[in-house]
Design a protein around this ligand. Structure first.
Ligand code: 8ID
Ligand code: ZN
Length: 353
């Protein structure tokens, strides 16, 4: 049965974790649903660093306010608006990801570049997201969760997994080539290590602390560099890669420093994939970029197809989400830990706790 109350984490203005209020909102009724819209009983949600950027108001595009954040949701369809049954049925296990909706017909949509659509709306940013027990959502933009993966583990594939899976594709590597993943102990990074291994690449992790070192190596990094204690990150990476440096780096850290460093250890003709989104500019030496023939590409989340692929790989047991399960009421503390870099892997919230 659908409950009349909908427990949610909501904030009215940007600020620190203290502006978050846990409140009972009214659950949307079936009659309130728009054509093509479904109501999802969200059971679990991951907490992405982008949710922290949204809370802080870090980025140049404004969020809606008041806002229910969150865009890594997993749950079950409980009600359908007119025509939504073309896409999903009551009882389907579905996921909610960053792209909540698009125009569905421009050239970018046709090519699966959802986040380049001029009309795209992000979850937990331009529309209310998954930090609530009931989430209304465009049925055509729900992601089917395959058998073989739990709802709680699948939640973090829906942003962290899809994003880093796509970002690694953007590096255009061949099996056997070297990729560095700065942020390898974090949400995107720890999944990136595994998707890169799955594709046959050789992986070097960069992050800090014993726990993240151990996780990075356990998940398949052949080497790990601690950016806080290493005296020369580039030299360490060159030593591991036979002197030339890595073929690519997919930066999964919200740190400008991580980007500056990446330009010092990518080999000639190598690719820097921009994924982590610190509030910063990247000073680029034009002469060196030409001399080294570097390729620099931005990568924004992934397509609906990327989401299906990333979930399938995880459902086959080839990628494991490392997470700590907490409750919705812990969200302010989770953001505190996240700003201090204290989270290894992901935090997933049980929305009933
Ligand atoms: O579509 C996109 N491009 C997209 C999608 C989803 C998330 C981008 N993101 C962005 C987020 O907004 C955020 O800026 O990716 C970044 C990472 O998100 P996350 O994985 O959710 O963050 P995290 O779990 O906090 O992990 C970050 C890791 O980076 C490490 C931290 O120790 C942590 O483990 N780190 C930091 I901070 N500085 C580092 C450095 N200089 C570093 N690792 C290596 N070198
Ligand atoms: Zn995210």
């Amino acid at each position: 049965a659908v409950s009349a109350t909908n427990r949610a984490a909501i904030y009215e203005e940007h600020g620190g974790p203290e502006v978050i209020q846990i409140k009972d909102l009214a659950t949307p009724k079936k009659e309130d649903l728009q054509p093509g819209e479904a109501l999802v009983r969200t059971l679990f949600t991951g907490v992405c660093h982008s949710d922290l950027h949204a809370l802080n108001g870090d980025w140049p595009f404004p969020t809606k306010l008041p806002l229910v954040g969150g865009h890594e949701g997993a749950g079950v369809v409980v009600a359908l608006g007119p025509g939504a049954d073309e896409w999903v049925k009551i009882g389907d296990r579905v996921g909610i990801k960053w792209v909540a909706n698009t125009c569905f017909k421009c050239d970018y949509c046709l090519d699966g570049h959802d986040a380049s659509c001029a009309e795209y709306k992000p979850s937990g940013y331009a529309v209310d997201g998954t930090f609530q027990q009931y989430t209304r959502h465009a049925a055509r933009y729900l992601t089917r969760i395959p058998d073989g993966i739990s709802l709680e583990a699948s939640s973090s594939i829906l942003c962290a997994g899809v994003t880093i899976y796509r970002a690694i594709k953007e590096a255009n590597l061949r099996a056997g080539q070297w990729i560095v993943i700065p942020g390898s102990g974090g949400g995107l990074g720890h999944l990136g290590v595994q998707y890169a291994r799955y594709a046959g690449y050789r992986v070097i992790g960069i992050d800090t602390g014993e726990e993240k070192r151990k996780l990075s190596l356990d998940l398949g990094c052949e080497a790990f560099v601690d950016f806080k204690t290493s005296s020369n990150v580039a030299e360490e990476i060159k030593a591991v890669t036979g002197g030339l440096g890595a073929h690519a780096a997919a930066v999964a850290a919200a740190s400008a420093k991580a980007y500056e460093l990446a330009l010092t250890y990518i080999r000639p003709r190598g690719t820097l994939v921009i994924v982590g989104m610190p509030v910063a500019t990247l000073p680029l030496d034009i002469f060196m970029t030409v001399a080294l023939a570097h390729r620099i590409v931005g990568s924004a989340v992934g397509s609906r197809r990327d989401a299906n692929e990333a979930l399938d790989i995880a459902a086959q047991g080839k990628v494991r989400v490392v997470y700590q399960l907490k409750g919705l009421s812990d969200l302010p503390d989770v953001f505190r830990d996240m700003s201090e870099g204290k989270i290894t892997g992901r935090v997933v919230l049980d929305l009933d706790k």
